[in-house]
Design a binder for this molecule. Structure first.
Ligand SMILES: [Zn+2]
Length: 284
């Protein structure tokens, strides 16, 4: 699942669409039009005013009352229609058995785009009030675009929470868009054991700063390409080369050469170095 830096890169790669008129929006797989308050027809002949990101969501703003929130999920990509990144089978036979993998077609003037999504978990949600939508979903403010609101909420909730810090970081109602890779990397850089109760983290402000720094560095590196992520130009990110713990189970810790461990915490695989991130708290 792409996390904040990957979605940020997708959003940036789609910036050239801003100002373009959408002649028509063709929903091919009806399932993609998920929890929408508006009909695709409502977007016809509107110009795309801004491509943005909130947490892990792409936000296509046509007007304050015409917004499409897009969730890429596992395999969703926005590509040029007929892109060389499409499997040959689909390029040659767009009406064939795999036709629903092109889930929607955005007929922008001069630049038709497709939402290509082989596993078909991605969604397009058309809404008339963006802030109300995110409030209703319980998504926290965005750590990059909505500071200091994001930091204030995070620090306030952390103080009172006994949950282990790792699942705390992943909770989208507390911090939007961080995700598994960046949570593991931030905790490692701060020397915090992932099971530490949130309220026992000694320097929560420093942890937040580290999270922001890792997100910023990953955005600059184009994100972490694991599994299937590419931006609209088909470019893959290179931040995975900078991972110190994520996906490195059994390898030597870069700092101390102890083996990187992997545990499952809150249902998610969690990578850390017990030597650099010792347990400094007592279990109750
Ligand atoms: Zn270590």
């Amino acid at each position: 699942m792409p996390e904040l830096p990957e979605v940020e890169n997708v959003a940036r790669s789609l910036k050239p669409l801003e100002g373009k008129r959408l002649a028509r929006l063709e929903v091919i797989d009806a399932r993609v039009w998920f929890e929408s308050q508006l009909d695709p027809l409502h977007f016809h002949r509107l110009s795309l005013s801004e491509v943005a990101r909130r947490g892990k969501y792409l936000v296509l703003r046509f007007s304050p009352e015409h917004v499409i929130v897009q969730h890429l999920r596992m395999t969703g990509k926005m590509l040029d229609d007929g892109s060389a990144l499409l499997p040959a089978l689909l390029r040659e036979d767009p009406e064939g058995p795999k036709r629903l993998q092109i889930r929607a077609r955005f007929h922008f003037d001069q630049r038709p785009m497709i939402f290509f999504d082989p596993r078909r978990f991605g969604t397009l949600t058309a809404i008339a009030d963006e802030d109300a939508f995110f409030a209703e979903k319980g998504i926290a403010p965005d750590p990059i675009h909505q500071e200091p609101a994001a930091r204030q909420l995070f620090l306030k909730r952390l103080k009172d929470s006994e949950r282990p810090i790792k699942p705390f970081l992943l909770d989208q109602s507390l911090a939007a868009g961080i995700g598994n890779i960046y949570a593991d990397e931030a905790l490692h850089r701060e020397g915090i054991h992932p099971e530490t109760p949130a309220h026992k983290v000694k320097h929560p402000e420093r942890l937040w700063e580290t999270v922001l720094e890792i997100l910023a560095r990953s955005i600059e590196a184009g994100g972490s390409s694991i599994i299937d992520y590419v931006n609209a130009e088909g470019l893959r990110g290179s931040f995975s080369a900078q991972h110190l713990v994520y996906g490195r189970e059994g390898e030597e810790c870069v700092s101390c050469r102890a083996p990187i461990r992997r545990i499952v915490l809150g249902g998610r695989s969690t990578h850390f170095c017990l030597h650099c991130q010792p347990k400094r708290f007592r279990r109750r």
